[in-house]
Design a protein around this ligand. Sequence first.
Ligand code: S3P
Length: 167
Amino acid sequence: MKLVLIGYMGSGKSLLGKHLSQVLDIPFQDLDTYIETSEKSSISQLFETKGEIYFRKREAILLQKILSENSNLILATGGGTPCYGSVMKDLLGSNNVLTIYLKCSVDTLTERLWKEKESRPLISHIKSKEVLNDFIRKHLFERSYYYNQANITVACDGLSEKEIVEK
Ligand code: S3P
């Protein structure tokens, strides 16, 4: 079984994926880390030197590569992974793939991302928490069309890491 965690930046895909991997004893991989290793570049550098369109193409190709190379896997995707091209449709049509949306509110995401925005090229330029909150509200609304197609949705607000993994 391949469990693919999707959700907005800061929703805890990597953290919860690692935890779930220990509980279920299924190997964990992080798509962003895989891209960084494969491209020999950080995500921020990749956006800066090659641009977002290049990143999205590599992201979709490397996602398929990881899925085809592993039969048992917990995969943390990037926040935008399922929202471009036919990625979400392909995930939903793949054998043995279960997509799990880690759903968090705009305010929860704003609190987390305000402290962690520097490594994220889409929001690193934002200078105030109010602007970040506004950006996330609009962006999450657009992306929810894709996230809401997941096989399973876990509402994460107010829950501890342990409670989310149990869910
Ligand atoms: C992105 C999210 C990031 C990373 C890149 C783009 C996005 O991953 O893939 O900066 O489009 O939401 P995280 O969701 O792990 O921050």
